[in-house]
Design a binder for this molecule. Structure first.
Ligand code: IPM
Ligand code: MG
Length: 359
């Protein structure tokens, strides 16, 4: 199989972890006889520095032509005081919108080898395996107006959702649940927000189309608590943009580190952008100690969702799991024993495991 992949390294640790994942993909290509053609494009702070635009037109055009997109991370203190149109995050939000990547899938699976690396009790997180389906192109992130008024004395952000925007993500939630343990939890704030009331209505309407899925509603504050007290209660969570952002960072605690959490952002036409759920970690950028696993698992999601290469995706996941079995861990994982390794060492170990897996 021959595929064109656009690489958006971005800022901070983005370039380091993206390089890890392209070398892992090269190993997959040679093992399974595929050809992956990589094309680098600019996004975020590094794009601001080079061309004074967090999302150059050329990046959007290349992404639209590509078979899939891999993104490192954007942002950093260097651009914190920039005006809002020159913030790195604008690049990320802009590409999500430009490609209509409305469905963000964030699988959260507690690896047994890392149970003790979580600050939560092992008995609570043992067996947790859930998927957050986050709406990604609507809500507070994109509502207008969003501005300072009265010389900065008053600010306004706007939360807008249309019925069709809610419908497509809710359907994605149901479909995802059908492929898993058939349990869907819709998270909202329907006791307060108008948008959540419509959200709940849509879920109630749609459930007739998915009789095999058990569905319940949970208010976001209660969901935040349950996620770390009874994570095993969840299979698929479907929720709006901002709630999904917050809950997915919280859920990463189940896996021991945010550095373990991959994600896929998908459009209705099949285009996919894959990125770790973590940020650019500017404090450790350039030190060679970042955890590449979330990025590498994101590229496994790309193989599965965009190219239908299940065997190849499974191979990457198994290779990562073997590294954990071997006791390898990067500095973000507070595990006892084993061996602390650098980004490069972890990447090499994963590649070595890929070559020794029989598939
Ligand atoms: C994420 C990130 C982004 C978001 C930031 C960097 C804009 O936190 O992908 O979860 O809020 O969506
Ligand atoms: Mg986030």
């Amino acid at each position: 199989m021959k595929k064109q992949i656009v690489l958006l390294p971005g800022d901070g640790i983005g370039p380091e972890i993206l390089a890890s994942s392209t070398s892992v993909l090269e190993a997959i290509a040679s093992k399974f006889n595929h050809q992956f053609i990589f094309e680098h494009q600019l996004i975020g702070g590094s794009a601001i520095d080079k061309v004074n635009d967090p999302l150059p037109e050329q990046t959007i055009l290349a992404a639209k032509r590509a078979d899939a997109i891999l993104l490192g991370a954007v942002g950093g203190p260097k651009w914190d005081n920039n005006p809002s149109h020159l913030r790195p995050e604008r690049g990320l939000l802009g590409i999500r919108k430009a490609l209509d990547l409305y469905a963000n899938l964030r699988p959260v699976k507690g690896f047994k080898q890392l149970l003790h690396a979580s600050p939560l009790k092992e008995a609570i997180i043992n067996g947790s395996d859930l998927l957050i389906v986050r709406e990604l192109t609507g809500g507070l992130y994109f509502g207008r107006p969003s501005e300072r008024q009265n010389n900065g004395e008053r600010v306004v952000d706007t939360l807008v959702y249309s019925r069709s925007e809610i419908e497509r993500i809710v359907k994605k939630g149901f479909e995802s649940a059908q492929l898993r343990r058939k349990k869907l939890t819709s998270v909202d704030k329907a006791n307060v927000l108008e948008s959540s009331k419509l959200w709940r209505e849509v879920v109630e309407e749609q459930k007739a189309n998915y009789p095999d899925v058990e569905v319940d509603h949970c208010l976001v504050d209660a969901a935040a608590m349950k996620l770390i007290t009874q994570p095993n209660q969840f299979d698929v969570i479907v929720t709006e943009n901002m709630f999904g952002d917050i809950l997915s960072d919280e859920a990463s605690v189940l896996t021991g580190s945010l550095g373990m959490l991959p994600s896929a952002s998908l459009a209705e036409n099949g285009v996919g952008l894959y990125e770790p759920a973590h940020g650019s970690a500017p404090d450790i950028a350039g030190k060679g100690i970042a955890n590449p696993i979330a990025m590498i698992l994101s590229s496994a999601m790309m193989l599965r969702y965009s190219f239908g290469l299940d065997k190849e995706a499974n191979t990457i996941e198994a290779a990562v799991e073997s590294c954990l079995d071997q006791g390898l861990h990067t500095a973000d994982l507070h595990v006892s024993g084993g061996k602390r390794v650098s980004t490069k060492e972890m990447t090499e170990a994963i590649i070595k495991n890929i070559s020794s897996i029989n598939s």
